[in-house]
Design a binder for this molecule. Structure first.
Ligand code: C2E
Ligand code: CA
Ligand code: CA
Ligand code: CA
Length: 272
């Protein structure tokens, strides 16, 4: 065998050092951004398909570094997960979400809920409910003003008690990206879920592509049978809107109505 020359090894080692250094740098920047509460929340309205009224909004985390570089959630959320920063990130996002809700409150009915994304690791954390409560109390808010968005994968190992306790506290629970996981319906039916969110990969292909269209129809029916409300995410055009409306989907979210907005623009959106 030829073996690897010393030169190759050296190059490889340098590459490793560089890539390790860059992810370490990003990680320490993220840690700093979380601790100094530099993460922002953007809000995306959820719309009643029938009336066009704003029903609530989803909270989406945003990070711009001091160098003015925007890092996508699909990058920094997994990084926070790997680095063990999820608990602090969730705390930071909840603080910002509560502050936002208090500023929105004058413009919306009491039924308006803010939906926050909670990751699988956080859901499995027995301290979750206590830390959510602590933040809410600080802002004089009750869990009844919030919905928790969970993915099907987050439910695989979760104890039913955690979900029941969140519900008892007053949170509602939504299943995000519904249809992309592998949970059985009989299992889901035993969980205290309030809302199903139709994944945007299906919505993207309605009403022209047959299988996504059928799946969307099925999810709307499943939601009805389970006594859940249903939200279509990623609605971008009026064909999708009209189809969903004709299928009696109640709620929708997507660029057609509004992209996720910083608080001031969100307040403009709901008060105009
Ligand atoms: P998600 O929870 O499924 O959020 C929906 C994503 O779709 C968001 O991407 C949103 O900006 C985007 N979106 C909204 N309307 C449309 C549309 O009409 N078309 C298309 N193509 N996309 C649309 P974003 O903000 O980049 O977030 C990506 C993912 O990062 C989220 O997916 C969620 O899993 C995660 N994430 C974001 N914020 C948080 C957070 O505070 N905590 C946790 N644990 N995860 C978060
Ligand atoms: Ca979500
Ligand atoms: Ca989703
Ligand atoms: Ca997603």
């Amino acid at each position: 065998a030829k073996g690897i020359g010393k030169g190759t090894v050296k190059v490889y080692q340098e590459m490793m050092t560089t890539s390790r250094r860059s992810s370490l740098t990003l990680e320490s920047l993220l840690r700093e951004a979380i601790d100094s509460r530099k993460l922002e929340v953007y809000l995306q309205p959820k719309i009643h398909l029938g009336s066009g009224a704003v029903h609530g909004a989803e909270v989406l985390a945003r990070w711009t570094t001091d160098d003015n570089e925007r890092i996508a959630p699909d990058v920094f959320i997994p990084l926070a997960e790997e680095a063990g920063l999820m608990r602090r990130l969730t705390d930071c996002i909840m603080v910002k979400a509560c502050d936002a809700l208090n500023q929105i409150a004058p413009y919306v009915p009491d039924s308006f809920r803010l939906a926050v994304n909670i990751s699988a690791s956080e859901l499995a954390n027995e301290h979750l409910l206590a830390s959510l409560r602590r933040v809410l109390e600080e802002f004089d808010l009750t869990p009844s003003r919030f919905e928790i968005e969970l993915t099907e994968t987050a439910l695989i190992d979760v104890e039913l008690k955690i979900l029941v306790d969140l519900k008892k506290a007053g949170f509602t629970l939504a299943l995000d990206d519904f249809g992309t996981g592998y949970s059985s319906l009989s299992y889901l039916n035993r969980l205290p879920i309030d809302t199903l969110k139709i994944d945007k990969s299906f919505v993207a292909n309605i009403p022209l592509e047959q299988s996504s269209t059928n799946l969307t129809r099925s999810i709307i029916r499943i939601a009805r049978d389970m006594g859940c409300s249903v939200v279509a995410e990623g609605v971008e055009n009026s064909e999708q809107h009209l189809f969903l409306e004709s299928e009696n989907c109640q709620l929708a979210q997507g660029y057609l109505y509004s992209k996720p907005l910083p608080l001031s623009e969100f307040i403009e959106f709901i008060s105009s």
